[in-house]
Design a protein around this ligand. Structure first.
Ligand code: OSB
Ligand code: MG
Length: 374
C-alpha cells in the first residue's frame, strides 16, 4: 500500500435531534473525512474531533492543520505492508490522537480492501454481531427524556445511557428507575463533577447503575481511584484514557472497573486493540463509545466491537437516530434484539456514497508529496 496522496474534506450534516452533554448542545456537525489514496485503492476514515474543543483539546481545525502540515507528509510516499506500521511514522508528533486515528484507520480500510478481507477479521474480531445500547442526551424536560427512553427500549436497545450533570441527575434517575426498575442503565457525566460534589456522588449508588462514566476531571485518574473506593457503582473511564499506559495506570490504581474504548480518543485501531487486550488480561470488560459518527466512523466502530472483550453493549446504534440521510449504504440498522450483525464482505461491508459526500462538502484539500527541490 503506497500512500500517494491524502484528501481532507469537511462535510456539514444536521443532526436529526440535538445532542446535549454537560459540556454543551450540538444541533449539527462539521465532520472531517480522510481519504488515503493508495495506488488503485482508496481507504476512508472519519476524524471524530468535534467542532469545539470541549470533549478534548482537539477540534476540527487542529485536526485539519495537524494532518495537513505534519501527519500526512510523514506518510506520503511510504509503502506500508500493514496499516499498523504507519503509527511509527507519526509517533514523533505529540498528542493529536483523533487526527492520527483518522489516518491510521484510513490505511486499515485500504488494507482490508486490498486483502479482500472484512475489516473486523483483520482487526482480530471474533463476534458475529455486536450488542447495542444508546446514549441519550440531556433534554428540555424530564418527560421528554422518559419518552425517548420508551422509544429506544421499544426499538430493542439493550442498555440505556443518560447524560448527567449537577441539577440533571438524581431526580431524573429516580424517575427512570421507578418506571423501569430492571433495565440496564448507566450514566455519563463527561467530567461535570468536582471537589464540591464528592460526597453527593455517593447518591449515584441508589439507582443500581451498570456504571457511572467519567464523573470527575477529564485528565484525572487518581481522584477517580479515590472515588471508586467510596462507590458501590462501577466507574467507567472515557476521557481520561488516551493510551494503553493510561489504561494500565487506571487498572493498577483501581480507578475504574470498566473502560470505554473510542478509537479516535486512543489514536487509532492499533492502540484501541492494545487497550482492549490489557483490559482483557485484567478481566475488565470494555465497550465501544461513540462520537456521533456518520456511517464511515460507525462502520469502523462496528468492526472494532467484534473483538471478544467487548462484553458490554456499546454506544454504537442505528444511523437513523442521527441522520436523515447517511453517507454509506446499506443503511446501518439495528435488529429488534438490539444487535448489528457484521458481514463477510471485504472492507467494512458498507459502500461510500461519493455523490452525496460531494454535495455535502464545504471544503477539501489534497496533500501530495512535495516536489524534490532542485
Ligand atoms: O462521552 O460518550 C461520550 C458524544 C460526543 C462526545 C462524547 C460522548 C458522546 C456520546 C454519544 O455519548 C455517543 C453516540 O451516540 O455516538
Ligand atoms: Mg463518555
Amino acid at each position: 500500500m503506497k500512500v500517494e496522496a491524502i484528501t481532507l474534506r469537511e462535510i456539514r450534516m444536521p443532526l436529526k435531534y440535538f445532542f446535549e452533554t454537560s459540556f454543551g448542545r450540538s444541533e449539527s456537525r462539521r465532520i472531517l473525512l480522510v481519504t488515503a489514496h493508495c495506488e488503485d485503492i482508496d481507504g476512508w476514515a472519519e476524524c471524530v474531533a468535534g467542532d469545539r474543543p470541549f470533549f478534548s483539546y482537539e477540534w476540527i481545525e487542529t485536526a485539519w492543520a495537524t494532518i495537513r502540515d505534519f501527519l500526512a507528509p510523514a506518510l506520503i510516499g511510504i509503502n506500508f505492508t500493514r496499516a499498523r506500521d504507519s503509527i511509527g511514522r507519526m509517533s514523533h508528533i505529540r498528542g493529536h490522537n483523533m487526527a492520527k486515528a483518522a489516518l491510521e484507520n484510513s490505511l486499515w480500510d485500504a488494507e482490508a480492501k486490498q486483502k479482500r478481507q472484512p475489516l473486523w477479521k483483520l482487526l482480530g474480531g471474533t463476534l458475529r454481531e455486536i450488542n447495542c445500547g444508546v446514549s441519550i442526551g440531556i433534554q428540555n424536560s424530564h418527560e421528554q427524556l422518559l419518552e425517548k427512553i420508551e422509544t429506544e427500549l421499544a426499538a430493542g436497545y439493550q442498555r440505556i445511557k443518560v447524560k448527567v450533570k449537577p441539577g440533571w441527575d438524581f431526580e431524573i434517575l429516580s424517575k427512570i428507575r421507578k418506571r423501569w426498575p430492571n433495565v440496564l442503565l448507566s450514566c455519563d457525566a463527561n467530567s461535570a463533577y468536582g471537589n464540591v460534589h464528592l460526597l453527593d456522588l455517593r447518591k449515584f449508588d441508589d439507582f443500581n447503575l451498570l456504571m457511572i462514566e467519567q464523573p470527575l476531571w477529564y485528565d484525572d485518574i487518581l481522584e477517580h481511584a479515590k472515588l471508586q473506593r467510596l462507590l458501590k457503582t462501577s466507574i467507567c473511564l472515557d476521557e481520561s484514557i488516551r493510551n494503553v499506559r493510561d489504561a494500565e495506570e487506571a487498572i493498577e490504581l483501581q480507578a475504574c472497573r470498566i473502560i470505554n474504548i473510542k478509537v479516535g480518543r486512543l489514536g487509532g485501531f492499533s492502540e484501541a486493540i492494545a487497550v482492549h487486550n490489557v483490559c482483557e488480561r485484567n478481566r475488565l470488560p470494555v465497550w465501544c463509545g461513540g462520537m456521533l459518527e456518520t456511517g464511515i466512523g460507525r462502520a469502523h466502530n462496528l468492526a472494532l466491537s467484534t473483538l471478544p472483550n467487548f462484553r458490554l453493549p456499546g454506544d454504537v446504534s442505528a444511523a437513523k437516530r442521527y441522520w436523515v440521510e447517511d453517507i454509506v449504504e446499506p443503511e446501518i440498522t439495528v435488529s429488534s434484539r438490539g444487535t448489528i450483525p457484521v458481514s463477510d464482505e471485504p472492507g467494512t461491508g458498507y459502500e461510500i456514497r461519493q455523490e452525496l459526500i460531494e454535495k455535502l462538502t464545504v471544503r477539501s484539500e489534497t496533500i501530495r508529496r512535495k516536489a524534490a527541490r532542485v
